[in-house]
Design a protein around this ligand. Structure first.
Ligand code: S3P
Length: 173
């Protein structure tokens, strides 16, 4: 019998962390935790409001607290992180120590076609595709640094991506 699994999803905005996370959590009969949602519940503000009121650095500190809190949750669980969590050195240290971190590797073009909600994605106001291209260039190495497996997330079907993750992790669901 395998130990209960905890999978952490990292990747750009629009890589499908939430939809793949839902499909994975269902397959694992586990809980889906989302660091953006934890931060919003902690503060009573949307991510956009936090960026506007406190700035990005303050948001990153809150995001780190949310990651630690999510990791306290009893597995089986799936943790969908915000796309910028890997910019924190401390978050990367925590993620590197885990064994089931999955990088959902998406092209900026596909990511741009999926994103829409400006209230959680203040960084994408304006030229979303251009910003995603820049973020992809600056963050790819950071996602790779923390990831145990890399999954091509350009495809649409979240259930198929979730199954591929379980296969790669050699987890039977
Ligand atoms: C961010 C990604 C967002 C959210 C915030 C910043 C980023 O989360 O945390 O808008 O820096 O890439 P999602 O990746 O869930 O959209």
């Amino acid at each position: 019998m395998n130990d209960p699994v905890r999978v952490v999803l990292v990747g750009l905005m629009g890589s499908g962390k939430t939809s793949v996370g839902k499909a994975l959590a269902a397959k694992l009969s586990g809980t889906l935790l989302d660091t953006d949602q934890i931060v919003e519940a902690d503060t009573g503000m949307t991510v956009g409001e936090i960026f506007a009121a406190e700035g990005e650095e303050a948001f990153r500190r809150r995001e780190l607290v949310a990651l630690r809190r999510a990791l306290e949750h009893q597995p089986p669980s799936v943790i969908a992180t915000g796309g910028g969590i890997v910019t924190s050195e401390e978050a990367r240290r925590i993620l590197r120590e885990l064994s089931e971190v999955v990088f959902l590797d998406v092209s900026p073009e596909v990511a741009a076609s999926r994103v829409g909600d400006a209230s959680t994605r203040p960084l994408l106001a304006g030229d979303a595709l251009g910003t995603l291209r820049d973020l992809e260039r600056s963050r790819r190495g950071l996602y790779e640094e923390v990831a145990d497996i890399v999954i091509d997330a350009d495809r649409r079907n979240a259930g198929a991506v979730a199954s591929e993750i379980l296969d790669a992790l050699e987890v039977a669901a």
